[in-house]
Design a protein around this ligand. Structure first.
Ligand code: 4AD
Ligand code: MG
Length: 455
């Protein structure tokens, strides 16, 4: 049996047996108490045992972290927090943990737990976070599969810098002296992908609706609580969609995920509300139904410069004018203070966005969309794609991107291409938002960040 099953089958006097790990062991005068967890649910089980156990002496000394096989009888306890406890009839010690097992019963800081990432998933907080992560991933697949999208696995090793930001990790081989050979293997420079978008666009022309869900890599040296060097991204791409259909897709997908996680992860969310973010459950309930705001970039510049002029806010960067690449402080002020809800910002100046975005008729903005959310900032980045071959070539030249490297991608525009839109959702940022976690290092099982490659 698993502990999850026990919670789903509450029957007084029923015989149960299960294997679980010791969270605490309290030796009392008349009766003693073990608190056990097997990870299958956020809930622990309390096991009561007495001196009549044949190995009582050993069990009473069993340490935190050890693994036990328990046989016993369920006794319902409707007046207490825990709906039942188990009166042990037999306890077998399967393996003993050493005395300085790092996860003793006291509370540990998230920073301390980060140093022992191989163990931290055993704590209640991380049990909840990583189960929500798993539920959210499944919910995303459910949403897209239900909507007839094709799941496409785009390459991890690539020769293109899809975002043109020069933040790629190189892929090399080594000679006998461990000297890196940069172009040896593929006969060209290779790197880990920063985005599967360009390949997804090719598949969207074949299937109309596709999505990727995979690891992405960025060698950004930004040392923030929202950037990781290895993170997971969901990138849907839909042929014939314009920007407004793209925005609609983002909102529907998020609301589906919020609803699904509320249904399937309520116990975890309820627990996380007590340790990470008060009001978490209500926040997600609201997000699953409320309207999100849309602002144009131009409106945002107006809102921000007015707020600065009226001294309502003092940013680190108060120079707000058209062309500014919005910083996190600006993004968060907009969605947290001004709108107080998720906010789509659309039509950014072309200079601050990627080469593949559709040039608007004003010739100075592109059909881009970012979704900014309170507490996080940018959660989603997407756009309508440039569908004009010559225009795309111009953008490559303006941004010093060699078009021959991307000829296969540019050629898509010559083989019949009518509008295409898509977006990238940073999966860790979504998990942070869902779990009320403030550091991306705590939603990645084994995080990779600058100067940090442990585990
Ligand atoms: O805005 P980005 O760079 O967009 C793209 O990569 C497009 N190709 C997406 C598309 O249109 N198909 O990244 C998308 C999202 C960001 O909004 C953010 O949530 C997340 O990916 N992201 C990161 N998450 C964690 N760590 C990082 N270093 C991230 N960089 C981007
Ligand atoms: Mg972006």
């Amino acid at each position: 049996m698993e502990i999850k099953d026990l919670y789903q089958d509450l029957k007084n006097e029923q015989m149960v047996e299960f294997i679980a790990r010791v969270r605490s062991n309290r030796d009392g005068k008349k009766v003693s108490f073990l608190v056990l967890s097997d990870g299958t649910t956020i809930h622990d089980v309390q096991v009561v045992y007495k001196a009549d156990l044949k190995n009582y002496h050993d069990v009473s000394r069993v340490r935190v972290g050890s693994i036990l096989a328990v046989e016993g009888v369920m006794e319902l306890t409707p007046t207490r927090d825990q709906p039942f406890e188990i009166k042990a009839t037999n306890i077998e010690i399967l393996d003993e943990a050493i005395p300085d097992y790092p996860l003793q019963k006291k509370e540990h800081s998230l920073e301390f737990l980060r140093e022992i990432a191989q163990l931290r998933a055993r704590t209640k907080t991380f049990n909840a976070i990583f189960r929500i992560r798993s539920l959210a991933a499944f919910a995303i697949h459910k949403f897209f599969q239900q909507e007839n999208f094709v799941y496409v696995n785009t390459p991890i090793i690539t020769s293109n810098d899809a975002e043109g930001a020069g933040e790629e990790f190189g892929v090399v081989t080594y000679d006998q002296n461990h000297k890196p050979l940069i172009t040896d293997f593929f006969n060209k420079k290779a790197s880990l992908t920063v985005s599967g978008q360009l390949n997804a666009e090719a598949f969207a022309q074949a299937f109309k609706k596709v999505y990727t869900f995979g690891p992405t890599f960025r060698a950004e040296s930004s040392f923030t609580s929202r950037h990781a060097s290895e993170f997971w991204m969901i990138e849907p791409e839909v042929a014939f969609n314009d920007l407004s259909a793209n925005i609609d897709l983002i909102e529907r997908m998020l609301k589906f995920v919020f609803n699904d996680v509320l249904i399937n992860g309520l116990a975890e969310l309820t627990f996380l509300a007590t340790v990470n973010e008060p009001g978490l459950v209500e926040k997600i309930q609201t997000l699953s139904t409320s309207k999100y705001v849309i602002n144009t970039y131009e409106e945002v510049i107006e809102i921000l410069s007015q707020a600065v002029a009226e001294k309502k806010v003092n940013f680190e960067n108060n120079k707000i004018s058209f062309g500014l690449d919005l910083g996190t402080e600006h993004e968060r002020y907009l969605c947290e203070v001004v709108n107080q809800c998720p906010t789509f910002v659309i039509n950014y100046p072309k200079e601050i966005k990627a080469f593949y975005m559709k040039l608007n008729s004003d010739q100075k903005t592109v059909g881009a969309v970012d979704l900014l959310v309170p507490g996080i900032g940018e959660l989603v980045g997407g756009s309508q794609r440039e569908d004009d071959y010559e225009q795309l070539l111009n953008r490559c030249e303006a941004l010093k991107i060699n078009p021959t490297d991307l000829s296969w991608y540019l050629d898509l525009r010559r083989f019949g291409y009518y509008k295409s839109s898509g977006f990238g959702l940073g999966f860790e940022r979504l998990v942070m938002y869902l779990t009320g976690t403030s550091n991306i290092r705590d939603v990645l099982p084994f995080p990779r960040t600058p100067k940090n490659l442990l585990f």
